[in-house]
Ligand binder design. Structure first.
Ligand SMILES: Nc1nc2c(ncn2[C@@H]2O[C@H](COP(=O)(O)OP(=O)(O)O)[C@@H](O)[C@H]2O)c(=O)[nH]1
Ligand SMILES: [Mg+2]
Length: 339
């Protein structure tokens, strides 16, 4: 954060760091731009904010070519329990994986750079839905100017790699460099409590830190993939948690889903109306550490605004216990919201 900023700017910046929804982020950027003091010391960040505003509003509208829209929006509104970005070098099988677990028709082809635009899809894990966003491959010869903004709403990333393929290590290193230029950093630590404070220690509000799982794909072709991982770690120094999968045969994909929901700290909450049984068909999902108030916000903004208390049935409370809006919910809780 630049020196000598006002409380109003600080609040706007904090809101920006918390916001996931692209429209909301754009609002926050406008507020940052409005409240930032205009002096020499903020020149740099002001220019940055302006660029981000321009980029994000263009991304929400879709790219332009000669005055007409030439493609879909390049930033995907988060949906489901978490947004998971698929990153990797060309031909690693990102689109094949996406198609397999979400039922999408993301173009998966034997040639590189088949994927041009972000492609969202929902991956079911039991009764939880994760939003997977397929992305174009990142490589020096194929620059993606909008990738930094596209990754802002992501909660984590799958770094998909075919470790048996010669050249993968160089390509994965190049990918890290491309991301670092946009101040996007892949990290091996998965936070225990949600992600709401992500990047808070970085003075740059636009820095993105993505908890990363290395997904070693195409294990149907390579029985020695465990040794490949050892070599990969030795040569690159990257120490991400990893999982072996095959987008072709489906091996390892169920475990992958469970690994994600548990490491993202996805918490399922079911709601009920007084005097009626709970609706167990589809949960509301929040992250570990989130509260009754956060669930109410997902139900309806009026419910959230007028919330007085809740009754909760679950493992960490006695049946029908009355709790306040700040009560932290646990996986499997049934909530009755009272306003
Ligand atoms: N044998 C095998 N081939 C795969 C697997 N995943 C992807 N492929 C193939 O690898 C090629 C590149 O896949 P694609 O999904 O387009 O890669 P992307 O560029 O990372 O999106 C395609 O020919 C796929 O059929 C896998 O798990 N096993
Ligand atoms: Mg692809």
């Amino acid at each position: 954060m630049p020196a000598n900023v006002t409380p109003a700017y600080k609040a706007a910046e904090a809101a920006y760091r918390r916001a996931r929804d692209p429209e909301e982020r754009l609002e926050c950027l406008r507020e940052m731009h409005r409240t930032i003091p205009k002096h020499k010391g903020t020149e740099h960040i002001r220019a940055d904010i302006k660029t981000r505003m321009k980029e994000l509003s263009e991304q929400l509208a879709g790219p332009r070519k000669g005055g007409t829209r030439s493609g879909p929006a390049t930033v995907i509104r988060p949906d489901g329990a978490a947004q998971v970005a698929l990153l990797g070098p060309p031909n690693s099988g990102k689109s094949a994986l996406h198609t397999r677990v979400t039922g999408s028709h993301s173009p998966s082809e034997p040639y590189p750079f088949a994927t041009q635009f972000p492609q969202p899809g929902m991956m079911p894990v039991d009764d939880i839905y994760l939003q997977l966003v397929d992305l174009p491959s990142l490589a020096p010869e194929h620059p993606i100017p909008w990738i930094g903004n596209a990754l802002q709403p992501a909660d984590c990333c799958l770094l998909v790699a075919d470790l048996a393929h010669a050249g993968t290590i160089d390509r994965v290193e190049a990918l890290h460099e491309i991301l670092a230029e946009r101040n996007v950093h892949l990290v091996g630590d998965w936070p225990i409590y949600g992600d709401v404070t992500r990047g808070i220690d970085d003075p740059d509000p636009f820095a993105v830190y993505l908890p990363t799982l290395l997904v070693v794909n195409k294990i149907d072709l390579e029985s020695g993939y465990r040794e490949d991982v050892v070599v990969f770690e030795e040569l690159t120094g990257y120490t991400y948690p990893w999982a072996g999968v095959s987008a072709e045969t489906g091996e390892g994909l169920e475990e992958l889903g469970h690994w994600l929901t548990s490491h993202l700290g996805v918490v399922r909450v079911y709601t009920k109306i007084p005097g009626q049984p709970a609706d167990m068909s589809r949960p509301f999902t929040v992250r570990r550490g989130q509260t009754v108030q956060d669930v109410a916000r997902l139900v309806h903004k009026d419910v959230a605004r007028n919330l007085k208390y809740a009754r909760v049935w679950g493992t960490t409370s006695f049946d029908g216990q009355q709790v306040g809006p700040e009560h932290v919910v646990a996986d499997g809780d049934v909530l009755e919201l009272h306003s």
